[in-house]
Design a protein around this ligand. Structure first.
Ligand SMILES: C[S@@+](CC[C@H](N)C(=O)[O-])C[C@H]1O[C@@H](n2cnc3c(N)ncnc32)[C@H](O)[C@@H]1O
Length: 504
């Protein structure tokens, strides 16, 4: 039997995997995908063309299961991202129990449950909150990988899987059997496990309004953008009005859905279906002759200013004398929207904030519904010290696009200006969560921590900001960099790090 495969066949295989399983693999994984394809050909006793043809038409459940075993990452453990379980117990469950129809019980889906630890952690949390066995709990857990479902059904784990499990839960719900820890039947039988493909539009799995809460953690990160969008649409449809969605800590709905409110409690982020829920709520010169000197000046200004917004205002004049005023063409942020924001951005780049603000405010009233206009307006208002108005512009923007990381960052500046340090840090954290590559909220978190004397946090955030600033997008630096260029901001971060006893 010829088990040779050529690049074009591996490409087709990759596309078929994305179509049927939703999974996306980058070019660096092509060699490994070729090995997987060969193994499947060997196992099925077919050469490449018939194998791909079969996969193209209608792959059997067995074949999808076998592919899932080869291609998916099943890493999981009990109470992973435990903050989310605190939020589940203290906010989400009480809220769902107050929802209309809650007397029927609670319905939870663990989508991409792997070997069951997530679903069982949900069951323990629910049982502890609702000890009355008459309260109906329905926890459904699904995964494409049959080996994972089998392991979940066995409900026997190693101590490693319980590494984040609170001692009280370990004692209450597990008993040792040799080297294994056996899960109590009361939890075991509270969960129904099924082999299901999240990439399929399975009408039974995705019945409208079927779930109060969906956990779909560390699954979307492996999905191709289109598959992720389709899966989020199914989850949206199957959530009851006001229902909740938990994603992995490195995953966001940014760019995938506008159907959810972002929730931030217990140091973690999650989402609530909007239905039925009222809403709560400069220039970057390519070169800088003396970046470190500018950074030192800025650090000194930051020292005497009460807030970062104030530092922006105080430092602008002094920094300008140290940096080259000229900016090469083409570094200004362009606006892809309907409104021509170029002139306002050019004035902004020249630090002529008041004139830029006049231009934005002279735009036709319907522009106030354009997210780009609202964001620029908010930034300009913040730069001119009109923090209440800036905050209002941010809230209007968030009403259209709740997952806009820039709006959360500008709100952080406004909150700091209003003396609300915790509110400011909260907004920065939301910006960081929504866009992990966004440098400015990291730097701002570092500055907030510095004022609070939290040395470790200063180190952590400034080191992060430093790494991100090196790669930060030029137009974003222009908009959010407070009028400072990349080198100056880098120098500020280095100076702050040095002050904590660590430098880079
Ligand atoms: C990294 S694990 C996440 C487990 C758990 N949710 C957690 O966060 O700890 C990802 C799981 O998603 C499953 N998965 C990937 N693609 C899937 C699909 N198309 N349908 C169902 N499950 C899928 C994998 O089999 C794997 O068990």
């Amino acid at each position: 039997m010829n088990h040779a495969v050529v690049t074009a066949q591996v490409e087709r295989f990759r596309a078929l995997v994305a179509r049927h399983l939703g999974l996306q693999f980058e070019d660096a994984k092509m060699g490994w995908l070729a090995d997987v394809l060969r193994r499947r050909m060997e196992c099925n006793g077919r050469t490449a063309e018939p194998s791909l043809a079969r996969l193209g038409v209608r792959p059997s459940r067995n074949e999808l299961g076998a592919l899932a075993q080869e291609l998916t990452v099943g890493e999981t453990y009990f109470f992973r991202n435990i903050d989310q379980f605190h939020a589940l117990r203290e906010c989400v469950l009480p809220d769902r129990l107050r929802a209309p129809g809650a007397r029927r019980g609670l319905r939870v889906l663990s989508a991409g449950c792997a070997s069951g630890e997530e679903a069982y952690s949900i069951a323990m949390t629910l049982r502890e909150l609702l000890p009355d066995p008459s309260c109906e709990l329905w926890i459904r857990a699904v995964d494409l990988n049959p080996a994972m479902i089998e392991k979940a059904l066995r409900a026997r784990y190693t101590a490693w899987a319980l590494r984040e499990t609170p001692p009280a839960a370990q004692q209450r719900w597990f008993r040792a059997d040799g080297r294994e820890l056996v899960l109590d039947d009361a939890i075991r039988f509270a969960v129904t496990f099924e082999e299901r493909n999240l990439s399929e539009d399975d009408p039974e799995l995705w019945l409208p309004g079927a779930y109060d809460i969906v956990f779909c953690r560390n699954v979307l990160m492996y999905f191709a953008a289109e598959s992720a969008q389709a899966l989020v649409a199914r989850i949206t449809r199957s959530l009851a009005p006001g229902g909740y969605l938990f994603l992995g800590h490195a995953e966001t709905l940014r760019g995938l859905s506008q159907a959810f409110h972002l929730r931030h409690t217990h140091g973690t982020f999650y989402y609530q279906h909007k239905d039925g829920v009222a809403p709560t709520a400069q220039p970057t010169p390519a070169q800088d002759s003396e970046p470190d000197a500018a950074g030192r000046v800025l650090a000194a200004v930051v020292e005497t200013a009460d807030t970062w917004v104030e530092a922006i205002a105080k430092a602008a004049e002094r920094i300008r004398t140290l940096t080259q005023a000229a900016t090469p063409a083409g570094t200004a942020a362009g606006s892809p929207g309907r409104w021509h924001l170029g002139p306002a951005l050019e004035l902004f780049r020249q630090e002529r904030f008041a004139e830029a603000l006049d231009l934005v405010q002279a735009l036709p009233p319907e522009s106030a519904r354009d997210p780009d206009v609202l964001l620029l307006h908010a930034v300009l208002l913040a730069h001119s010290g009109q923090l209440v108005q800036a905050e209002d512009a941010c809230h209007r923007l968030l009403a259209i696009d709740e997952l806009n990381a820039g709006a959360h960052y500008v709100l952080a500046l406004c909150r700091e200006g209003a003396g609300d340090r915790h509110g400011a840090a909260d907004r920065d954290q939301a910006a960081v969560y929504l866009d992990p590559s966004f440098a400015m909220p990291r730097m701002h978190l570092g500055l907030l921590a510095r004022r609070a004397g939290e040395r470790e946090t200063v180190r952590h955030e400034m080191a992060h900001a430093l790494a991100l600033l090196e790669r930060e997008d030029a137009s974003r630096l222009l908009l959010f960099g407070g009028g400072f260029n990349r080198e100056t901001l880098l120098a500020l971060c280095r100076a702050e790090l040095q002050a904590t006893g660590k430098s880079r």
